[in-house]
Design a protein around this ligand. Sequence first.
Ligand code: CP
Length: 316
Amino acid sequence: MHFSHHHLLSIQELTAEDITRIMDTAASFKEVSNREVKRVPTLRGHTIVNLFYEPSTRTRISFEIAAKRLSADVLNVAIASSSVVKGESLKDTVKTIEAMQPSIIVIRHAEAGVPQMVSRLINCSVINAGDGSHEHPTQGLLDMFTIREKKGRLDGLRVAIIGDILHSRVARSNIWGLIKMGARVVLCGPPTLMPIGIEKLGVEITYNLLEAVRDADVIMLLRLQLERQKTSMFPTIREYAEFYGLQESHLQAAKSDVLIMHPGPINRDIEISGAIADGQHSCILEQVTNGIAVRMAVLYLVSMGNVHTVAQASSL
Ligand code: CP
């Protein structure tokens, strides 16, 4: 099975075979993080630049750890102290970074489509670390990896995605990926936060939380993204929490071994009760841990194109 992508810009562009290849490679890299010396020489000599125009804790740190565990040199551009504040354009910034010959630029930006645009401007690989409300492909991949690890499969599972679907790049990446992998996806949230026409992607829609979680194998909560809402999309936060916040009582309707997921950061007691986020069904912190292995796999596969096998990756 080959992986022939020079960039990772979206899950939409990946096939089910690509997604399986990334997850299989991540599974082989996960073991590296359990070693006493958490490092393999796979990307020695490569330079990876993290260029984050938006705040991030999980994605930026785990890309940095992933690069270091692969022995790459990694640099984090601090936008607030870069020439961006002097008015340097995005094009000039990425061309300048490219002139220093990195192998990969990992980019997060508030505007949808920026990673795609950057990939057309420069020759090194580009990885999308989240673009506006469009996609967050490595989050979708680590979510699918975590579900597969816990449930043994993705095919045939019922996955409820609940919350601010309209503004969620995580929701879009998961919808594209989960549908390709044969899962049944149910979306739930206030009508004002449900994108028009989203059912064309093959998802079911309900506005009733109890209906959404009934018989669910996985419940994925989304953060209420108040920073992306230009007008008030619902009456009050209290009402949102009352109708769409996951409570213990809802879990009885789901499968007894339901997985509770959230990409983070969490608004505790708004989209999810603190007790559920910290409870026995939650795998929120395992998602974070798996983010390192999945990002190691993505950095490796994007760097190497289709010439190495999973077996070679794990033996390095
Ligand atoms: N899930 C996620 O993207 O989190 P950060 O914004 O902290 O990277």
